[in-house]
Design a protein around this ligand. Structure first.
Ligand code: NDP
Length: 307
């Protein structure tokens, strides 16, 4: 029997509705929660992501502003802007959109954001809090996945979880969150020997790799929950047919746009072997934006109660 779809759009909408309610509640104190997004350079994908984040935050009643800086911005200009936002009382949350143009070191500027305003949870202090299991902002994609497990009643405690990918923004924090929820966690990466064999041990298999449909049926235990974070492009008709069979909607999308999105897991294998799975698109992506809103409101509330 095909696996149940974990509908990120629906779950994301519920998280956003809760964030909007919390934002309304916060606004009774005199002002709405405030989010500042900093976009440096002209990476087209980043511009699209930022537009989506701003639109979603406004819909949730968050006062959001975008600061666009040229690709030629110097380290001292970017640092100066972050310092101003750190001091601005109406700004509760600061998001520095990555990647930064060459010559600007992301880790330096992520550490410049005050930890209490670090909406992505990338500041070293917040990374430490996550490792120690202390409250604080968590990176949005892994936090969204954990929230999805909670809302969908997926049992994490005691499960065998395998995370493929060890990036600072997805793989590592997700592994820690699963561990804190009492899963037994294995983290895989490009040097892992016999990846399918390790993946087959998973009750919960999470992939954040960035390789189109790389994980096949031989890596999925029958009945596993599969969370596919990857967002890759299938760019030839042969790939589209290999990944999606004769799915007319996918072929139409490919012919219209010149590509269609595919995750890290082969879509047919995922559907046929899992008990539940996140589709691509419409799975993890909408959860990420929803958690940005939830994190923003949580930071506003925490700053307010800290006085
Ligand atoms: P990174 O490139 O930072 O990390 C990729 C990880 O995958 C690395 O740890 C790498 O291992 C591992 N890897 C690469 N090739 C293999 C392989 N052949 N076998 C096993 N492991 C491998 O990527 P991100 O974590 O930033 O993103 C991963 C994917 O998730 C991308 O497709 C990205 O677009 C997507 N994404 C989606 C989001 C969403 O909201 N839906 C949000 C964030 C990311 P090693 O460390 O050894 O190099």
């Amino acid at each position: 029997m095909p696996g149940r779809i974990l509908d990120g759009k629906k779950i994301g909408a519920a998280i956003r509705a809760d964030a909007a309610e919390a934002a309304r509640e916060f606004a009774r104190s005199g002002r709405p929660p405030g989010l500042a997004v900093v976009l440096v350079g002209d990476d087209p994908a980043s511009a699209i992501y930022v537009r989506g984040k701003i639109k979603a935050s406004r819909e949730a009643g968050i006062a959001s502003e975008t600061h666009r800086l040229a690709a030629t911005t110097t380290a001292s200009e970017l640092g100066g802007l972050l310092d101003r936002l750190n001091r601005d009382e109406a700004v509760d949350a600061i998001l520095l959109q990555l990647p930064l143009p060459d010559g600007l070191d992301a880790s330096e500027f992520l550490a410049r954001i005050r930890p209490e305003k670090d909406v992505d949870g990338f500041h070293p202090e917040n990374v430490g809090r996550l490792v120690a299991g202390l409250p604080g902002p968590c990176p949005c994609t892994p936090a969204g996945i954990m929230e999805m497990f909670r809302r969908e009643g997926i049992q994490v405690k005691g499960s065998r979880a395998v995370v493929v990918g060890r990036s600072d923004i997805v793989g590592k924090p997700l592994a820690l969150l699963l561990l804190h929820q009492h899963a037994t966690v294995t983290v895989c990466h490009s040097r892992t020997r016999d990846l399918p064999a390790v993946c087959r041990e998973a009750d919960i298999l999470c992939t954040a790799i960035g390789r189109p449909a790389m994980v096949g049926a031989d890596a999925i235990r029958e009945g596993a929950v599969v969370v596919d974070v990857g967002m890759n492009r299938a760019e030839t008709e042969e790939q589209v047919r290999d990944f999606f069979g004769d799915d007319d909607r996918r072929l139409a999308r490919f012919r219209r746009n010149g590509y269609t999105l595919v995750g890290d897991v082969h879509p047919v294998a995922m559907r046929e072997r899992s008990s539940a799975y996140t589709p691509v698109p419409g799975g993890v992506g909408p959860l990420t934006i929803a958690m940005l809103l939830a994190n923003t409101v949580a930071l506003a509330v925490a700053r307010q109660s800290a006085g």
